[in-house]
Every structure is written in C-alpha cells, then in structure tokens.
Design a protein. Structure first.
Length: 93
C-alpha cells in the first residue's frame, strides 16, 4: 500500500521524528491508524448502545429522556445523597 501525506502531515511527522517521538514516517501512519481503529470501535459500541435504547423504547422497557425526566432524576439523586449523609452523620454520633 502506498500512502501520500499532505505537506502539513509530512512536516508534522518530520517534527515527531526530529524530537525522537517517532523513528520514521511509517510510525506516524501506524499511530494514526491505531487511533482511527479505536475511534471506530467506540463508534460501533455507541451505535450498539443506541440500537439497544431504541429496542427498549419500542418494547416499552425504556424511558424517554426529557428535560423533566432529567430534573426528576437529579432530584432523586440529591434526595438519596442527603439521606445517605444524614444516616452517616447519625451513625457517627
């Protein structure tokens, strides 16, 4: 496979080689492909999660996220946190 880098990409690779971070331009390409591969894994995982969410909404087991549901969730979290803190304070006396 032959890869053609832009002049900016070549300059970036050259600076990395000069600084000792990379040994050759091919290392820059390999690193870029590794980052792309990781991003693709994350994208696939996100899409799978999105599919699961759509399925759960369609079968009635999911809950739509709205501003109101987020406010309710935040309030519930606060209440649980306050109750936990009160219990910890009471048990430390």
């Amino acid at each position: 496979m032959e890869v053609h880098l832009t002049s900016d990409q070549q300059a970036l690779a050259r600076r990395a080689i000069e600084s000792g971070r990379l040994h050759r331009e091919e290392d820059a390409v390999q690193e870029a492909l590794g980052l792309w591969e990781e991003r693709e894994r994350q994208r696939i995982a996100f899409l799978a999660t999105l599919d699961e969410a759509r399925i759960s909404l369609a079968d009635g087991t999911g809950h739509p996220i709205t501003q109101e549901s987020m406010r309710e969730l935040a309030e519930a979290v606060k209440q649980r946190g306050r109750a936990r803190l009160a219990n910890e304070l009471a048990s430390s006396r």
